[in-house]
Write a protein of this length. Structure first.
Length: 223
């Protein structure tokens, strides 16, 4: 399979992960099922690993010449700039306690992959970070297409990175758009009206298909 086809397949899987798998239903790896204390901050190495994973899902440009987590495989913002790490740690998502174990599992898989592929890893950074971008993609594809019990955990981690870029799920959408959230700005998400609501005066069929129910609330909630 060529790198282009592998990348296309990875994006198909990640899109499905973001749409089809509620994070609360994830079956986490055994190591992550007994997580550390809630709210425990990630180590810099864990954070770098999870950023590299997020950048593999939605790649972006490096934040600085020495940025190792972001591979620089694309121009413009990616999942990292869009707050993927913040969304992973966002309380309602429910992944935060398991993140150290997931980062450790990802690095263990990177060591296995590198040994199989004959890649010499840079010992100064986490193993997954040390992988070139095309090999990060190949490993991610292995994990997401596999049949191991922890597959859904990787689906969840991939879905979070995608959702951070396309939805800014850890932020108020109105505030995120107004503050220039990188992902929403990149996809030209429309700004709200002055009261923080979105209205669409031009109908897609160029005519009103139905009148609002008379008991519809001022905020648009159904009767």
């Amino acid at each position: 399979m060529t790198a282009e086809l592998s990348r296309r397949r990875l994006l198909q899987i990640v899109s499905a992960a973001a749409l089809a798998y509620p994070l609360t239903a994830l079956r986490l790896p055994e190591a992550a099922a007994a997580p550390t204390a809630p709210g425990l901050p990630l180590t810099p190495l864990d954070a770098m690993t999870l950023e590299a994973w997020s950048d593999t899902m939605v790649p972006g440009e490096k934040r600085s010449p020495g940025d190792r987590a972001i591979a620089g495989a694309a121009t413009g913002p990616g999942a990292v700039q869009a707050g993927a790490l913040e969304l992973m740690q966002f309380g309602p998502v429910g992944l935060a306690p398991a993140l150290p174990a997931l980062a450790a599992g990802l690095n263990a898989q990177a060591v296995r992959y590198a040994a199989t592929a004959g890649i010499l890893l840079d010992p100064t950074v986490p193993p997954f970070v040390a992988l070139p971008f095309e090999h990060r993609t190949a490993l991610a594809l292995e994990l997401l297409e596999g049949t191991l019990p922890d597959q859904l955990a990787w689906y969840g981690l991939a879905g979070v990175a995608t959702l951070a870029f396309h939805t800014a799920g850890h932020l108020s959408t109105a505030d995120a758009v107004r503050s220039g959230h990188p992902g929403l700005a990149w996809i030209d998400f429309p700004p709200p009206d002055s009261d923080g609501l979105w209205r669409y005066p031009v109908f897609s069929y160029r005519r009103v298909l139905a009148e609002p129910h008379p008991r519809t609330s001022a905020t648009g909630s159904p009767a």
